[in-house]
Structure formats: structure tokens, C-alpha cells
Design a protein around this ligand. Structure first.
Ligand code: IPD
Ligand code: CA
Ligand code: CA
Length: 269
């Protein structure tokens, strides 16, 4: 394991302890958009992560969700989500995590997703596999959508413009079901370790999916955008799955993108 991954894990664990400490107190939340929440826990976690990264890797750029990052002089860039799943956290719904990932030469090379509620550390380095609490993890072998369990999410920002409900309905009808846990990095980590077969979402940010995309790839899965093109962390959507479901899912997505409704919606009588 390189210093990058070791450091990322140590920092995520420390930040997770801060988040857990806030969870035990009844802290409120603020709005940073019409429905987009932020809490003192997001800010405290981010402050710690950014400080630690700056101290350990002074030349690295840090891009952090709450704006606490800085520009470095080298080609290394960290993406930091100090608390992924803030809406869950603010309501006491225990599905959230701390996630950070390192990008270099256009590739994510190391990433972690730490779930402090279950003390689960998902970690991956490019070319070295993916791990949960030190044990290797792998995607499922499910090769038919009708046998799969999926997950997706609905970002708070511009939610009235989000077309995902069409995709949600079709996938829900054509699989064992679609979960909507509310923390994208955990959704992707769960694809990596086989608790889910696939995940897709519109309008995520790089810090939501950088670590998760590496975890899925290193666990043997496939990550692209929803048209099958190379994932752009700044792009409009992502599909992460076990690889065996990729073609079938993309084919279904193309039908939905073109306005088809393979399974018609029921009428309200
Ligand atoms: C959000 C969560 C959620 C996803 C949103 C993200 P945040 O991150 O990952 O599952 O649907 O798109 O913004 O705001 O809680 O860090
Ligand atoms: Ca997030
Ligand atoms: Ca966040």
C-alpha cells in the first residue's frame, strides 16, 4: 500500500470520528441551496481533511465540496467529500460517509470511502484491487437485470429538472428493485463489494464518485457514463456495475433516453 492510500485511510477515519461526534449531539442544519443542506459536521470534517492533506502533501491540489481546498503546484489533485449523505446525517438516518480520492494524469489512482456508522473502510489503489477493512472485495456475477439489485439517487440541486424518475421506474420494474440510500459514495462502494449489482445517477460531482469509481473498477466492475462513454468526473451522469450487466443496462438506458417507456406507467384511476 502506498503512502497515498495509507494517509487517505487515516484521514478518513479521523474525519469519521468527528462526524460521529456531531451525530451524537443534536446539531441543526443550514440550507446552501433551495433543498441542499450543510451542517457544522460537514465543515469540521472538511477542515480537518484539508489541513491534514496540506500538511502531508503540500504540493497537491485539494478540491473540497464546502470550498476549503487550495491550488497546489504538482499534478496531483485530491477530491474531498467531507460528509457524503448530509441530508441523511441531518435527519439521523445512518447512511453517510467520508470519502476522498487522488487523481493524477487524468486518472483516479487512490480512493477511500469510510462509513463511520458501521466502521467500514473501503479502499482501492489503481492496479492493486479493492478492499473492505483490509479484505479483498469483488463485484457480483449477476448477468441479467431481472436478477439484479440496483441503486440510484436524486441530488437536491435542480431536482425539478432531474429526469431520473423515468429511469428509476423502468429499473424498478425490470430488476429485483432499486434502492435509494442517499449517499452516492456508499452506493458505489456497495457495487464494489457485491451488496448491489449496479448504480447510476445524474448530476453528481467529482468528489461524490471519484473514490467509488475506482473501487468498482478495482473490484472487477465497469464504470462509464450512461451512454457507455469513458466516465468524466465532471460529466452529467454515471453508470457503475459489475460489468456483466453493462451492455443490457446501457441498451435499456438508450431506449429510455430516446423517450420510450418499455414498461408503461400504471394509470391512476
Ligand atoms: C449527495 C449524496 C446523494 C446524491 C447527491 C449528492 P452530499 O452528496 O451523495 O446520494 O444523490 O447527488 O450530492 O451533498 O450529501 O455530499
Ligand atoms: Ca456527496
Ligand atoms: Ca458532502
Amino acid at each position: 500500500m502506498t503512502t497515498y492510500l495509507e494517509t487517505a485511510q487515516a484521514i478518513a477515519r479521523e474525519a469519521g470520528a468527528i462526524v460521529t461526534d456531531f451525530a451524537h449531539r443534536n446539531i441543526g442544519f443550514e440550507l446552501k441551496g433551495a433543498y441542499d443542506l450543510v451542517t457544522a459536521a460537514d465543515r469540521a470534517s472538511e477542515q480537518l481533511i484539508v489541513e491534514r492533506l496540506r500538511k502531508t502533501f503540500p504540493s497537491h491540489t485539494v478540491v473540497a465540496e464546502e470550498g476549503g481546498g487550495h491550488q497546489g503546484s504538482s499534478g496531483y489533485r485530491w477530491y474531498v467529500d467531507p460528509l457524503d449523505g448530509t441530508t441523511n446525517f441531518a435527519h439521523g438516518f445512518p447512511v453517510y460517509n467520508v470519502t476522498l480520492a487522488l487523481e493524477h494524469a487524468g486518472q483516479v489512482i487512490a480512493g477511500v470511502v469510510y462509513d463511520p456508522t458501521r466502521d467500514e473502510m473501503f479502499a482501492a489503489e489503481r492496479g492493486s484491487g479493492a478492499f473492505l477493512n483490509g479484505r479483498p472485495i469483488h463485484v457480483t456475477k449477476t448477468d441479467r437485470l431481472e436478477d439484479s439489485l440496483a441503486a440510484t439517487g436524486f441530488p437536491s440541486r435542480k431536482r425539478h429538472q432531474n429526469v431520473n424518475i423515468h429511469f428509476y421506474y423502468q429499473l424498478a420494474m425490470l430488476s429485483h428493485g432499486v434502492r435509494r440510500p442517499g449517499a452516492a459514495a456508499i452506493d458505489m462502494a456497495y457495487v464494489a463489494c457485491g451488496r448491489l449489482d449496479l448504480f447510476w445517477e445524474f448530476a453528481l460531482n467529482p468528489w461524490d464518485m471519484a473514490a467509488g469509481s475506482l473501487l468498482v473498477e478495482e473490484a472487477g466492475g465497469t464504470v462509464t457514463d450512461m451512454h457507455g462513454a469513458r466516465l468524466d468526473l465532471r460529466g452529467p451522469h454515471v453508470l457503475a456495475d459489475n460489468g456483466a450487466l453493462h451492455t443490457e443496462t446501457l441498451t435499456l438506458f438508450e431506449r429510455i433516453f430516446s423517450g420510450e417507456s418499455p414498461v408503461p406507467l400504471p394509470q391512476i384511476k
